[in-house]
Write a protein that binds this ligand. Structure first.
Ligand code: NAP
Length: 275
């Protein structure tokens, strides 16, 4: 069984980002990511700190706007950053204040700054195979599979989860690579036997260690998107210890999808700079 090391992949992508940042700086532009943090949620704040640290390493300017949770302040801030030419990428961290949906907020992020694919139009363009920024986590799933030379065309792939930020865009990206994609969710019946058919399993459920050994066919590739904070620390949606004895390849948690996601956000920010 091979662990698919997201940290080393992120470092490799980061070297390319550093080169892009250098080129842009020489042209007089400092690629800048605006991060709006409208919540005091501990997990959200800690993720934003990770983005800040990673951005500093690769030379992307990251400006975090910490807000009180007031909906009007959030809308005004997003609109101001959307109109600011010095901000190239813009993300809004969830959870959002009550009464506002991710689609409401995403629709206010211009497509060319939508580096985490929050705008509903970005998901629509993704579905149609048109150029757009895909949500970074979904893109990270594909990046890991590509970098690990895992064949996608014609393979049976099961995505567990259908959220607009992970499951749905990941399945669209896999479909675009000619995988035969089945999407499962909380109403799926006989989940184990469906997942057991898969050559590639993407777990994006949000339930600690839910996917055990019995779900996984011998030799399958398992991408664990889950990040669940438990009493025993951060764990994935996959019971890694058990699944490692049957899978062919597995992303660890932490150190799998997470670091690649963050780096893709920064790569997208450099791509969002228009010459
Ligand atoms: P979400 O919005 O809560 O979606 C969870 C999905 O799982 C839903 O589609 C839900 O089905 C499905 N589900 C729930 N219980 C299930 C069950 N028993 N059997 C089958 N499907 C079930 O979560 P998310 O935002 O997609 O995140 C998923 C996981 O990824 C979380 O652990 C999150 O922390 C993690 N995540 C990681 C990163 C990263 O960079 N590594 C980024 C984002 C999220 P329904 O649609 O029917 O409710």
């Amino acid at each position: 069984m091979k662990f698919l090391d997201g940290r080393s992949m992120a470092a490799e992508i980061g070297r390319g980002v550093v080169d892009d940042v250098e080129r842009l700086r020489q042209a007089g532009v400092v690629p800048t990511l605006g991060v709006v943090l409208p919540t005091s949620d501990a997990a959200a704040r800690s993720y934003v700190r990770v983005i800040e640290r990673t951005a500093a390493k690769v030379g992307v300017r990251c400006i975090v706007h910490e807000l009180s949770g007031d909906p009007t302040e959030l809308l005004t801030t997003v609109d101001r950053l959307a109109a600011d030419d010095d901000v190239h990428g813009l993300i809004v961290q969830t959870p959002l204040p009550a009464g506002l949906s991710a689609a409401d907020i995403g629709a206010r992020i211009p497509a060319h700054k939508d580096v985490d694919g929050m705008n509903p139009l970005s998901l629509g363009r993704l579905a149609l195979g048109l150029p757009c920024f895909a949500p970074a986590t979904a893109a990270a799933v594909l990046e890991i599979l590509h970098r690990s030379d895992i064949k996608l065309a014609g393979t049976r792939t099961v995505v567990i989860g259908r959220s607009p930020v992970v499951g749905k865009p990941a399945s669209l990206l896999l479909l675009a690579e000619d995988a035969t994609v089945t999407v499962c969710h909380s109403r799926t019946t006989d989940l184990i036997s469906i997942v057991h058919e898969a050559d590639i399993v993407v777990a994006a459920v949000g339930r600690p260690r839910m996917i055990g050994k019995g779900f996984i066919r011998t030799g399958a590739t398992v991408i664990d998107v889950g990040t669940n904070v438990t009493d025993s620390g951060l764990v994935g949606d996959v019971d890694a210890e058990a699944v490692a004895s049957v899978a062919g390849a597995l992303t660890p948690v932490p150190g799998g999808v997470g670091p690649v996601t963050t780096m893709l956000l920064l790569r997208n920010t450099t791509s969002a700079v228009t010459p």
